[in-house]
Design a protein around this ligand. Structure first.
Ligand SMILES: Nc1nc2c(ncn2[C@@H]2O[C@H](COP(=O)(O)OP(=O)(O)OP(=O)(O)O)[C@@H](O)[C@H]2O)c(=O)[nH]1
Ligand SMILES: [Mg+2]
Length: 393
């Protein structure tokens, strides 16, 4: 059956849910698709289809971010459901790097929890400028003393956002119940509508660098028998067309784009902000991996030494309990890549949890870098720092 081509009729934005484990991110994501399916501008994606991406089940590939797409009256959205568990922060980091805005899901029953704070901090670090709050499980704190509780949670969330530079006084906070909206209760279905209206109006259309040289960080690689190798990810900048020659940094090969799709629909050209699959001619599936970068040939020169501004997470934020010193060798999560690096603190010599410092980093392999690029520092399965590239050396 021929597939219907993707037609760009509305501005496209990338958003996602983030927040503490079990606060209801996946339930809310399913509820949004249900409400929009009823309006006729989306397809309902049930909870168990979001929590377990079909690719993951079928191909045994680790995909820890599930994408769904939907439309409101004014926009087309790709929505990623961020896993809440701390072990999956690396996926949050790489996924969040492409987010134009985020829905912070906070359970009105539980309030701010450690991962709520960690996600807000990471969102700031990777350049997510707009957050809308879904105060979820509002059905469970409906009356009496409980209602006071949810007011307190709202205050607490606003404070957290202000502390991270998000202007907590003006951020929309919408009381929702993903669960009851999924069950079709009109009051909560309307609340989902109010949340989407807040996203439509509060998250501005970002500037897209469509004229810059094409660059896409590879999130996933699939081999399709008889068709070749497909890489997926969000276009970071520029435009790519079927027939374009591209360079694969990491695999160190050149190739030609022979097919382009978004959410299963073929397209002739993809641009900054689009979530796409690129079919590449003559590239063996085992040559390319998550973390590689597809770019216009000659437009990117990988490097491995740079200076950076780094915030060392405090112990309270889930960071280390001891200082870091020169010679420290953690993992750096840069775009979708995960690279070991040596830290040199210069004359400073030590950086304590809670400090913001300048450091020199030497990565274990050449990596596409540029000033302003955000990254996370991880150690033993947890985030211990967040930084921005200052200068290449
Ligand atoms: N009462 C109530 N329960 C909810 C609501 N939304 C989610 N839940 C329940 O909260 C639990 C967690 O929901 P999930 O949607 O899986 O939460 P999550 O944030 O995606 O969890 P992780 O992906 O594991 O981080 C489930 O038992 C849901 O049924 C809600 O609006 N009201
Ligand atoms: Mg979930």
């Amino acid at each position: 059956m021929p597939k219907t081509a993707y037609v760009r009729t509305k501005p496209h934005l990338n958003i996602g849910t983030m927040g503490h484990v079990d606060h209801g991110k996946t339930t809310l994501t399913a509820a949004i698709t249900k409400v929009l399916a009823e309006r006729g501008t989306g397809t309902f994606v049930p909870f168990d289809r979001i929590d377990r991406a079909p690719e993951e089940a079928a191909r045994g590939i680790t995909i820890n971010i599930a994408h769904v797409e939907y439309e409101t009256d004014t926009r087309h959205y790709a929505h990623v459901d961020m896993p809440g568990h701390a072990d999956y922060v690396k996926n949050m980091v790489t996924g969040a790097a492409q987010l134009d805005g985020a829905i912070l899901v906070v359970s009105a029953l539980d309030g701010i929890m450690p991962q709520t704070a960690e996600h807000v901090l990471l969102a700031r670090q990777v350049g997510v400028d707009h957050i809308v709050v879904a105060l979820n499980k509002a059905d469970a704190v409906d009356d009496g003393e409980d209602a006071v509780l949810s007011d307190l949670v709202e205050l607490e969330v606003r404070e957290l956002l202000s502390a991270n530079g998000y202007g907590g006084d003006t951020v929309p906070v919408v009381r929702v119940s993903g669960l009851k909206a999924l069950e079709g209760e009109p009051r909560w279905t309307e609340a989902i509508g109010a949340l989407l209206d807040a996203v439509d109006t509060y998250v501005p259309m970002p500037e897209r660098y469509v004229d810059a040289p094409f660059l896409l960080p590879v999130e996933n690689v699939l081999t399709i028998t008889g068709r070749g190798t497909v890489v997926t990810g969000a276009v970071e900048r520029g435009t790519v067309r079927v027939g374009d020659r591209v360079q694969l940094l990491g695999a160190e090969v050149e190739s030609v784009v022979t097919g382009l799709e978004t959410f299963g629909k073929p397209m002739d050209s993809a641009q900054a902000g689009d979530n796409v699959a690129l079919l590449l001619r003559g590239v063996p599936g085992d040559a390319v991996r998550r973390g590689h970068v597809v770019a216009e040939p000659g437009s990117v020169t990988p490097s491995r030494r740079f200076t950076a501004q780094v915030y060392v997470l405090s112990t309270r934020e889930g960071g280390r309990s001891t200082p870091i010193t020169t010679g420290y060798r953690p993992q750096f999560y840069i775009r979708t890549a995960d690279v070991v690096g040596d830290v040199d603190l210069g004359e400073l010599a030590v950086a304590r949890p809670g400090d913001t410092v300048t450091m020199t980093v030497e990565l274990g392999r050449d990596t596409p870098l540029e000033p302003g690029l955000g990254f996370a520092i991880r150690e033993g399965g947890r985030t211990v720092g967040a930084g921005t590239v200052a200068a290449l050396l």
